[in-house]
Design a binder for this molecule. Structure first.
Ligand SMILES: [Zn+2]
Length: 440
């Protein structure tokens, strides 16, 4: 296994992390009470007027959660960047925008120290993937207004030869791969798939290219086994995944060469928790646990977040990894907003897609979940439309897919096969649920 960027931090016993974070957390709460109008008000509503009253990390679950919409409302009522910002504008070194999946863009301000911490976290995550100084990496992330731009500084910090290309120009990217011989590419999983299909159509043998590492991020999907297997075969490269949260830190989670989930890379800077998304109740951070990821800054200056709801639903692996890192590893299984509950069982459309994709090449892998009811709770069976491919896609196959969904996800599904290209095709980011046929 390769370099661990901060071995003293990344291989430290996880069980003692909470102890060392506790003092940082108490100090961060004191800072919020002193400098953040937004949190001063939110905590006061919960009956907490000082850091002492808030207590330590052991008491964090008693504090209010912060939703993106509450933050957005506050930003709209406040002047400038919003009442959650804890420093004067003159102390802010950089302001990123988040595009968001809904509504208006919001701003993420960072002091010089915040930015330095972001880059360090991102460097830990990307070092985990196994890239080494001297290797060349092509990046397709827009460096402009968006937080992903900070990863460019992380790649530079790791001593890589950086080839920034930006998104969208496939021919230029392929030319750079052929001409410059990079060892790695950073991109979204759907773009990696698109490039593989493009290469197939243009007679380009990607597996014979110099690229040995695909570093995917920016959307879920890179952790889904069938997609990963397809990308690895077509590119002849290892896929590792990273995930950041715009309001917390870029590349906060990064997968190592063991490919068993993304390590939490924010140790000493961010505290992670899980909650049950419906009730907001805490979920213990144990091996195999799943829930919505909730994050709290420990040392942020410009816009520290307290119990920020990411809306990302993750499954956690605990224990020391074969790479030596001791931080939890996660897989993101979907957006909390996409979660459906069928007879008491939580199910994510991405998980259904993953089960269906195992039937390739009898299916194209494109699916649409078409609930009968509005809202989260659904009657059984759950209607799932699947694109079949070829003559083998018949009623027997539909029954086998329904059985596989029941076996793996414990959800009863009604599978309807349709011809290839019947469903809207877009990226892995697109919604997999269509409520058009749902009653009220
Ligand atoms: Zn590892």
């Amino acid at each position: 296994m390769k370099m661990i960027l901060d071995p003293g931090i990344e291989t430290e016993c996880w069980e003692t992390q909470r102890e060392s974070d506790d003092a940082l957390y108490r100090s961060q709460i004191g800072y919020l009470v002193a400098h953040s109008e937004f949190y001063r008000d939110r905590l006061a509503e919960a009956g907490i007027r000082s850091a002492e009253e808030a207590g330590g990390l052991a008491d964090i679950t008693a504090l209010p959660l912060t939703g993106k919409s509450e933050l957005r409302d506050a930003m709209e009522t406040g002047l400038g960047l919003g009442p959650h910002v804890a420093v004067p504008r003159q102390k802010i070194a950089r302001i990123y925008s988040t595009s968001g999946t809904t509504g208006e863009p919001s701003y993420v301000p960072l002091t010089a120290t915040d930015l330095k911490n972001w880059i360090r976290i991102s460097m830990r995550s990307y070092a985990a993937s196994g890239v080494e100084a001297g290797e060349a990496i092509v990046t397709t992330y827009g460096a402009g207004p968006f937080v992903a731009g900070a990863t460019l500084e992380a790649f530079q910090g790791l001593g890589l030869t950086l080839v920034p290309l930006g998104p969208g120009n496939t021919e230029r990217l392929m030319a750079a791969v052929q001409c410059l011989g990079p060892e790695a590419i950073a991109l979204t999983p759907s773009y990696a798939l698109h490039l593989a299909e493009w290469a197939g159509e243009h007679g380009v043998d990607l597996a014979a290219s110099s690229v040995r590492r695909l570093m995917v991020a920016g959307e879920p999907g890179g952790g889904e086994a069938p997609l990963r297997a397809e990308l690895e075969a077509k590119w002849g490269a290892r896929v590792t995944e990273a995930m950041g949260i715009g309001d917390i830190a870029v590349s906060l989670f990064g997968e190592c060469e063991a490919q068993d989930g993304m390590h939490f890379s924010g140790r000493g800077l961010v505290h992670m928790e899980l909650i049950e998304p419906e009730s907001g109740e805490p979920v213990a951070l144990e091996d195999g646990a799943s829930g919505e990821l909730v994050l709290t800054h420990l040392k942020a200056e410009a816009a520290p977040m307290l119990r920020f709801r990411t809306r990302d639903h993750v499954v956690v692996r605990m224990g020391t990894c074969s790479c030596g890192r001791t931080a939890p590893r996660i897989r993101c299984v979907g957006r909390t907003d996409d979660m459906l509950i069928v007879r008491g069982v939580n199910v994510f459309p991405g998980a259904i897609r993953e089960v269906v994709a195992r039937f390739s090449p009898l299916v194209t892998g494109v699916i649409m979940v078409e609930p009968r009811a509005r809202g989260v709770k659904q009657p059984a069976p759950l209607p799932v439309t699947v694109e079949g491919a070829g003559p083998g896609a018949d009623q027997t196959l539909a029954a086998e897919i329904a059985q596989a969904i029941r076996d793996r996800l414990m959800v009863s599904a009604e599978v309807r096969l349709v011809p290839p290209h019947s469903l809207p095709r877009s990226t892995y980011k697109s919604r997999l649920v269509d409520f058009t046929n749902a009653g009220n």
